[in-house]
Every structure is written in C-alpha cells, then in structure tokens.
Design a protein around this ligand. Sequence first.
Ligand code: ARG
Length: 492
Amino acid sequence: MSDSSAPQQPSGDQLATKSQAWSALFSEPMSDLVKRYTASVFFDKRLWQADIAGSLAHAEMLAAQGIIAVADHAAITRGLAQITQEIESGAFEWQLDLEDVHLNIEARLTQLVGDAGKRLHTGRSRNDQVATDVRLWLRGEIDLIDGLLRELQLALVEVAEKNVEVILPGFTHLQVAQPVSFAHHLLAYVEMFARDGQRMQDVRRRVNVLPLGSAALAGTTYALDRERVARTLGMVDEQGRACVCQNSLDGVSDRDFAIEFSAAASLVMVHVSRLSEELIVWMSQNFGFIRIADRFTTGSSIMPQKKNPDVPELARGKTGRVVGHLMGLITLMKGQPLAYNKDNQEDKEPLFDTVDTLKDTLRIFAEMIGGQVNPATGAKEGGITVNAQAMRAAAARGYATATDLADYLVKKGLPFRDAHETVAHAVRAAQAEGVDLSELPLATLQGFHPAIGADVFEVLSLEGSLNARNTLGGTAPAQVRAQIARQRARLV
Ligand code: ARG
C-alpha cells in the first residue's frame, strides 16, 4: 500500500517542510529512506474528511471560547473548504515530505490563509488529532458495514422464503444426520449475521468517543470546551450526551476500539467463511445442491469442464487475512507504555484493509446469494439456483429419518436406548437391501418390533420428520415461516 515513489518537493512558495513542523532544534535533515519509513501520508490520506471535520469542530470551539479570533475561525473555515474542493478534484498535492495527512492539510491551510492556519493547532496535538480522525472514519465505515450486513441478511431471508418446503440432509460431522428445511439452514446464517450487526453496534458506542482535547498526552492549558466539539462531531450517546475520553493519556494512546472492531470484523468473516465452505461443497458435482451464477466462478485453463467457485474460496482465504490483521493490531498494542507511541501509526493499514475486504465481501455475497434487481422488472435475478431434487435425494439416501423411527417407538412405550438399538438393526437390514427405511415392507419393520404399525410410514417420510420438529427454533415449516416473519420485521 505504501508508495515508495521519490518524495515530491514542496511547490515553490513557503510550504512548511517536515522538519519545520516541529522546530529549529534539528541539526540535520532526515534521509530519504527515513522519511519514507516514517511517512504515512500515502495511506492515511484516506482520513482527510475526518481530519477536516475534526479541525472545523476544533476551530469553531476555539473561536466560541475566545481562544482564537472570529476572523481566524472564518479564515480557517474558508481555507478548509478550498482544501476539501482541491482533494475532491484531485488537485491537492500530497507530499511525502509532510509525513502524514494532518501535516499535509495544515501546511496547505497555512499556505492559503496565513497565520490563521498556524493558530488551528492551538490546544491540539497530532496525537489527539489522529485518534479522533481514526474514530470518526471508523464510525462512518461501521455504519456502511451495518447496511451491508443487513442486505446480506435480507438476501438470505428472500432465498429462505422460497425454500421453506425444500428438504436437504442436515449434517453433523458432515455425515447425514436429520432432514432439515433449506430455509432453516439459511436462517442459521441470518442469526450469525444478526449477531455480527449487534456486535458492530456495540463497538460503535466505544468508537464514538472524542479524544480531541487530550492534546499530546496530559491535556491542555487552554479552556477548551471538549463536549461542544463532541456534539459538533455527533459523538453523543443514545441520550444525546457528549461522549468524551475522560483520561488524556488513555485518549491519545489506546487503540482498543480498533482491535474490537477488528475482532467483530473477523467474526463476520468467519461466518462468511463457514457459508463459503457450504456453498463450495453444495456446488461440487458430488452434491449438486446449488449453482451460483457464472459471473462468480471461473473456468480452468486446462480442464474445459470446470467451473470453479472462486468467490467463496477467496472469501474463505481472505478470512485468514482479516484474522491476521486482528493479530497484528493486538500485538501492536501489547508492549506500549503510556501514552502515544509511533507504533500506533501501524494501526492504519490493517484497519483499512479489514474494512475494504469486509465491505467487498459482504457486497459480493449479498449479490451472489440473492441476485441483482433487474431494473426492467424490479425483481431480483441471478442469485443461487437450488436443485431441490438433488437435496431431497441426498436426504432420502442417508437414513436421515432413523431418529424419527426411534422417537416413534418411544411414543409406543419403549425406553429410548432400546428404541435406538432396535432402529440400528432396521438400518442395517435396509442397508443390506440397498433401500431406505421407508421402503422396507411393514411386515419386515414389524419384525424389528411388533409395536410398529402402518402409521410408521408417515413418520419415516422427510415431510413427517420436519413437521414433527415443531418446537421453537425447530425445522418444521410452521416454525421456519414464523422465523422468516420475525427476521423480515427486524430487517425493515
Ligand atoms: N501519523 C501519526 C499516526 O498515525 C500521527 C500522530 C503522530 N504523532 C507524533 N507524535 N509523531 O499515529
């Protein structure tokens, strides 16, 4: 990510250079290698909007408190508006020499509005500035991620709605266990992504707290109104109270909010990865349960028959990358004494990459599963295609209703352990014949236990098995429909 191009020279007139940003104390300039090593501008420039928002709120407060003149505030606002426009249009010249996004913007501001620009940094340090910027930026990203998580859940619910009566084998140990509704299976992922959304919301509360005013580490000698700045930046709780870091040392230095976010993001990716694994298995020839649209697959350069599930495989792979970033961030923090240390500059690339990877993955999965709206019809098209026959055949093949037969015998008075043993004999006999339990004649079944009657065939059917699991959270279609309604109501 970092740009290794040669440092650009400051353009003509008096842009402060990096060494001028602190003092005349330094007797020799940095080497180009050290400049490149310590600079972050080529990745942290993505914080520019947050940096400007933070500066505007700070300057407004400085003026309101009488710390800077109203005219200086006006000049700062005007200068930052121009810088916004320059960055948006691509005209802004980012300079490696100015190390990071903060110094780049401040230097340009001073170039544009003179001394007023130099007054902006009153009562502020880059330490509280960067912590504020990362929090503001991350808050916006969490809100976007929240929307994308909802879209993925909605896509899953939509596919579930069409597949309540579609039956596939449920697995434990990847061995056929009991039949389940395909909708029920998809709704399990809706539960996971719903919890992921809650985790993101919870993290957001701790992200949305203002470090600005902590200054370098110890607070500041100016009479700042930190709560005013927090309110201007929307850093308020559910009751509208300003949220401000209450300890300056902590405010400038901890990145636990980034680590927490990264952990929440890792869990989202772990859930996506589990789903990916299922999609990959389901679309293999040996299962043939689903197809995904061709645009999410690739061919092989040597085997003409292949359509490879590259997108789910990559998502599974990228999960490792996101979890790796979590390890990076948490390790970054562990050895740091109070307060700010330059180590913290290393929080950005893993955090940025986590956000990018997560957003792309969620977008692509919502479309791959639910399809895309066709503008002509308004209907979604091109999501996963379900092969209900293949699912059903796999469930019928695997003695998936053996538990139902045991439960049937229990209802006829057998202790469960005996019923279990009786059914094991029946399964063995059916296996020897190469047929399902439901295909054994009644007389044969009665040979295993005389309590078995003609009503057993309903019990041995896949539908009978599903319908019998009609308790909260079970796979009976009535329960599944209730869950779909609940999720729909939650997601509107
Ligand atoms: N680029 C720095 C960072 O990302 C900004 C803060 C620098 N502060 C300092 N005292 N060197 O953390």
